[in-house]
Design a protein around this ligand. Structure first.
Ligand SMILES: [Zn+2]
Length: 338
């Protein structure tokens, strides 16, 4: 199925100023996080006049249930990925439209018709796909250019992953029009590896950075919207989910762990891009060894069990050889680069 969630996407300097005419005379309610909300008010002080409710931090069934007590004419999500996922779930449940104001350039939550659901303790549970109407994504340059760089970098890795994971599932071309469209957009996401993403580039916010931000926030989300199961997550995200079960990895961002998962995935398929990918991740100071992720040699068997379990949960049944996966992870325990 082809499914897109967003009616309008405005990435501009001043995009947030259009919010008030967009709301019109409807009752709006802001779902606000912690840091990003204050930044958004700095950019557009009028935002503080709209009633708001605080997000507790996890996109969990309990949090969705709690927030459903409110029912505005339009929800406004101001924050990062988990907050946006929560707002989408509520908006869909209530058949209420949603306006999304991302405060981080770290994921495609603003563009995807799905929510990743976690337990209240932060463990990954599942993702739910559903039709949701996002009236507009407001990507205001004034807000995004000052947002945390580490999140941007992790967001780029997670977006580059679209290419490798879509290719893992569907190959490089497909006769299915939706999957082929998803693959074409995923290839664009893969090409981000050729652009410079240093912090001073990000702050300068030139043409290349604008394009990268569009890919992280929007195009990356459209990949799965077109290709559906044919272009969604594969081994790299299964490795991410497995890593997330170890406390030692919790201070790494989502995209950092997905990047490590990509190395595993590409080695598993003996891909000729594996070393290019590893060099790129090393160059941008993303973790490329289990040691950096705080996983010890004697924890590898446990990690492999989790990876196999996660792949089964997601319906990816392509690891025939768990021994080979163990071997790859043993080789990735320490930094073994020449
Ligand atoms: Zn991801």
């Amino acid at each position: 199925m082809i499914r897109q969630a967003v009616l309008e996407y405005d990435h501009s300097n001043g995009a947030l100023d259009q919010l008030y005419s967009l709301i019109g005379n409807r009752d709006a309610l802001v779902l606000k996080g912690f840091n990003g909300y204050g930044e958004a008010i700095r950019v557009s002080p009028r935002l503080a006049e709209i009633p708001s409710v605080r997000f507790k931090g996890e996109c969990s069934d309990e949090e969705v249930e709690r927030l459903k007590a409110h029912r505005p004419d339009v929800w406004i999500a101001v924050g990062g990925g988990k907050l946006i996922d929560t707002a989408k779930r509520i908006a869909f449940t209530q058949s209420v439209p949603l306006i999304v104001i991302p405060t981080l350039v770290s994921n495609c939550a603003a563009f995807t018709p799905l929510s990743v659901i976690y337990g209240e303790d932060g463990t990954y549970l599942r993702y739910d796909t559903f039709p949701v109407v996002i009236e507009r994504v407001i990507a205001d340059e004034r807000l995004l250019r000052d947002s945390p760089y580490d999140y941007f970098k992790a967001g780029v890795i997670d977006t580059v992953a679209k290419w490798f994971e879509a290719r893992y599932i569907s190959g490089t071309t497909s006769r299915d029009a939706g999957i082929q469209s998803g693959l074409s957009l995923a290839a664009q996401c893969g090409a981000l590896m050729d652009l410079s993403i240093r912090e001073d580039d990000f702050r300068h916010y030139g043409t290349d950075i604008r394009s990268i931000v569009d890919h992280v926030l929007a195009i990356g989300g459209a990949v799965g919207g077109f290709g559906d199961a044919g272009t969604r997550v594969a081994v790299a995200h299964a490795v991410h989910n497995a890593l997330s079960r170890f406390d030692s990895t919790h201070h790494w961002l989502h995209g950092d762990k997905v990047g490590f998962g990509l190395i595993v995935q590409e080695r598993l398929t003996s891909s000729e891009d594996a070393s290019f990918l590893e060099n790129w991740l090393q160059a941008i100071a993303a973790p490329t060894s289990l040691d950096q992720l705080g996983i010890r040699f004697d924890q590898i068997d446990e990690l492999v069990d989790y990876v196999v379990e996660e792949m089964t949960i997601q319906g990816i049944h392509k690891i025939e050889d768990a021994e080979r996966l163990k071997e790859i992870l043993r080789n990735l325990q320490e930094i073994v680069y020449k």
